[in-house]
Design a protein around this ligand. Structure first.
Ligand code: PHE
Length: 470
């Protein structure tokens, strides 16, 4: 197998384009919508620290492994895994890892698109000036008027899925490359503006304290007042959620980064690119937290209020600040774009496989897989209205909660660890050393140590702990 071969689907035009595209995949709703609300639900600072440690020790090494497998195989993750396994005399059943990724990508996209639909709806609400003068109750009512309506959610979900299919159908180069180049930096600047606003809310230090001060008790003990007595319960689950989020936010463990790696030019440093992607991704998440928590505390909101958090805090800020209509609309437009550059990577592994193995055109492959995902999204839509009641829940989780838990906390870490095991234990040392091409042997040895020992052990301990095995 020569590693100079190219993907039939095309190639990024430069090293920078790979970084931008992969950062586009990584930076998305996970950073701006999910990170703040799960941090709020899981007690703050100590949760953030666990998440950062996971990014560093698990996320970056696995990202390098995933990119290297993709670039070596140059095909859809399913075929890449099968080919690489065959090249090393291993069982072609490794292709199943690619299948699990396709499944995880579809499950994630089905709810991702619904939430991106909320962001779309909020673009128009902001532009229409609906946030002006709203108080805490007003933003809540506005939010509920959206999520309680299956018809509205379905309409926005449909539009977003169309947008995704449209770009994916265009192919690697003509799709998002141009948009990513401008929109990602703009998003970054607007996040800084929001943090600037948060600094003047009067609760900036309280917000920072919540986000960064490590209080492990707040994370692992959940306390409730029952009959006037405080009852606290210990659980490892926040650690699993922090780790799962490291995979989710870096787009790891389901083939998105692998398929992007397969379009990467040969002589580009995988390590440097991975570190840059992780830095960009983490910075956006922390900025989002720094913008949101001060607003939460300044307005007496509840940090643990769940998935509606940014849709109920940021409108308060936009409703009060000068040019809030403009900034509000711009912010939600950028959020939609961040979601868009991620959603295409969630479906690309499936589309690439349909093109390779079933001879579909990109258009047909995009429509086919997009329709399946669209249909599944209806379950998430109902989770917020018709099926929100306990009668429709499993283990206390709605359909949406269940999908989110299953993908982020189980499938992605499992996929990531299998990728690490493949790259660290099964693939020949020459192959990974050649593909990574690190400047110093010590760097290569550290990477290999991390993927061989640290990541599998850490992921299994965290999983088994959270599932109550020990
Ligand atoms: N990383 C994206 C985000 O944070 C979500 C994603 C997960 C994209 C997995 C691709 C694969 O929003």
């Amino acid at each position: 197998m020569t590693s100079e071969k190219k993907s039939i689907h095309g190639q990024w035009s430069s090293r920078l384009m790979f970084i931008l595209a992969a950062a586009g995949s990584a930076v998305g709703l996970g950073n701006i919508w999910k990170f703040p609300y799960i941090t709020g639900e899981n007690g703050g600072g100590a949760f953030v620290i666990m998440y950062l440690v996971c990014i560093l020790l698990i996320g970056i090494p696995i990202m390098m492994a995933e990119v290297l497998l993709g670039r070596r195989g140059r095909k859809s993750p399913i075929n890449t895994m099968r080919d690489l396994a065959a090249a090393d005399g291993l069982n072609p059943a490794w292709g199943l890892l690619g299948w699990m990724g396709v499944l995880a990508g579809g499950l994630i996209l089905s709810y991702y698109s619904v939430i991106a639909g909320w962001a779309l709806a909020y673009v128009f609400r902001a532009a229409a000036g609906l946030f002006h003068g709203l108080d805490t109750g007003g933003v809540g009512t506005l939010f509920n008027s959206l999520v309680s309506s299956p018809e509205k959610l379905l309409a926005w979900h449909t539009i977003f899925m169309f947008m995704t299919m449209f770009v994916v159908a265009q192919g690697v180069k003509n799709g998002l490359e141009a948009a990513v180049r401008w929109l990602m930096p703009l998003l970054f600047v607007l996040m800084l503006v929001m943090v600037g606003y948060a600094m003047n809310t009067g609760a900036f230090s309280k917000g920072l304290d919540f986000l960064f001060a490590p209080r492990f008790g707040d994370v692992f003990y959940h306390c409730q007042a029952i009959d006037g007595r405080e009852l606290c319960e210990f659980s490892w689950k926040p650690l699993l959620i922090a780790m799962g989020h490291a995979f989710f936010t870096l787009s790891l463990g389901m083939g998105a980064i692998m398929v992007y790696g397969s379009y990467m030019p040969k002589r580009t440093s995988i390590a440097a690119a991975s570190v840059w992607i992780a830095i960009a991704d983490t910075t956006v998440a922390l900025l989002a937290g720094m913008a949101i928590f001060p607003i939460v505390f300044a307005n007496g909101l509840e940090p643990g209020s769940g998935p509606g958090l940014i849709f109920q805090t940021l409108p308060l800020a936009f409703g009060q600040m000068p040019y809030g209509r403009l900034f509000g609309a711009l912010f939600f437009i950028l959020l939609v774009f961040a979601a868009w550059t991620s959603s295409i990577s969630l479906i690309e592994p499936a589309v690439a496989w349909l093109v390779e193995n079933r001879g579909f055109s990109r258009l047909r492959a995009s429509v086919f897989s997009g329709l399946a995902v669209w249909l599944l999204g209806i379950g998430t839509i109902f989770s917020f209205n018709l099926w929100s009641g306990e009668r429709y829940q499993l283990f206390g989780m709605t359909f949406f909660d269940l999908l989110d838990f299953l993908t982020a906390n189980i499938m992605l870490p499992l996929g990531g660890v299998l990728i690490a095991i493949f790259a660290g234990w099964l693939m020949s040392r020459e192959a990974s050393e050649d593909e990574l091409n690190l400047a110093h042997p010590l760097l290569y040895r550290s990477w290999r140590f991390l993927v061989r020992y640290v990541t599998p052990t850490a992921v299994f301990i965290v999983m088994l702990n959270a599932l109550g095995v020990f």
